[in-house]
Design a protein around this ligand. Sequence first.
Ligand code: COA
Length: 373
Amino acid sequence: MSKPAITGTGVFTPSQSITNDELVLAFNAYVENFNTRHADAIAAGEVEAKAPSSSEFIVNASGIEQRYVMNKSGVLNPDVMHPHLPERSDDDPGIMAEMAQEACTLALAQAGRDASEIDLIICAASNHERPYPAIAIEIQQLLGAQGFAFDMNVACSSATFGIQAAADMVRAGSAKRALVVSPEICSGHLEWRDRDCHFIFGDVCTAVVIEPADEAKGAHFLINSTRCATQFSNNIRNNNGFLRRTRTGGMDDRRDMLFMQEGRKVFKEVLPLVSAHITDHMADEGVEASDLKRLWLHQANKSMNDFIGRKVMGRTPAPEEQPNILQDYANTSSAGSIIAFSKYSDDLQPGDTGLICSFGAGYSVGSVLVERA
Ligand code: COA
């Protein structure tokens, strides 16, 4: 059995970004238009007036300062409030495959591998732009990879569940060399008109190369252990799907066809779940808190990460021990912990242990214990 290792990572960051101030300006213009349009109904008590948002609230509640998006003009148009992502011809690469191509190319370059040496691609993401053919197969074709490819979705935990699946296959020999790629176009499933969540998400794509450690060409991280867990909850939910019939895409479409959450409940329920998951995983692998050099956590909320970091380390981690990227990227679903890993792992020394953990809808939690080789 081969010991799997992460030998390369890549991050595709969209060229357009939106600051909190820009976002709030657009949101508040939408609110003002809505309240003016419905002034009579609001006065009659038939419609509830919408309240404005504020940059201070967003930073205090989440730690988010800006987000990258695939289309800024649509999101910031108070009469539109969603990204303009025009449909493409079936003969053109889809938008997810296009994002994936850049992230995969960067990851392959770091691993010193050509795409033709890859024989497994898992496209692990929260939303897939179509049910089939799998986005992963389109990525396989664009890159010129071999073998087989498939899509999987475990919401915010997709990347770590994908890493477990790929690592297991490399270990067992059913795949020789894998790419786990997470194109997350969260702007497309966010309700930008909802004050409680309009600031939460951003777009990005990450990719990770996984291959046998003894074939690694450069610096790499051994995958010492992975653990996945799920527990059903409706507190983060999106009812959109192939059975939908009524969504028009207009301003009056069904709210449940986009991201919905009970943010406070998520906070209360997910924090103990994730903290216990990580501490149990570490204990079962004989990893002490003092052994842990770095925690690359899911990037949804700064207070959440601060809490988990304290629980796992048994003290307040130094910022470099638990790096956050959510101030720049916002919540990028499954890609968040991988962005943190990709940007903040180079300085670890051989023998240093770290843990990647993502968590979210499902509920789902995935953790990966890695060691710098
Ligand atoms: N601007 C100003 N005020 C706002 C606001 C906004 N954009 N949105 C909400 N508020 C107000 C609310 O009206 C509420 O006021 P009230 O107490 O007078 O009723 C107050 O702020 C608190 O709202 P709440 O939703 O409880 O805020 P919060 O501190 O819980 O932060 C989240 C909201 C969403 C950032 C936070 O709950 C969270 O991150 N939850 C978990 C997210 C998560 O991991 N999700 C997984 C997604 S994959």
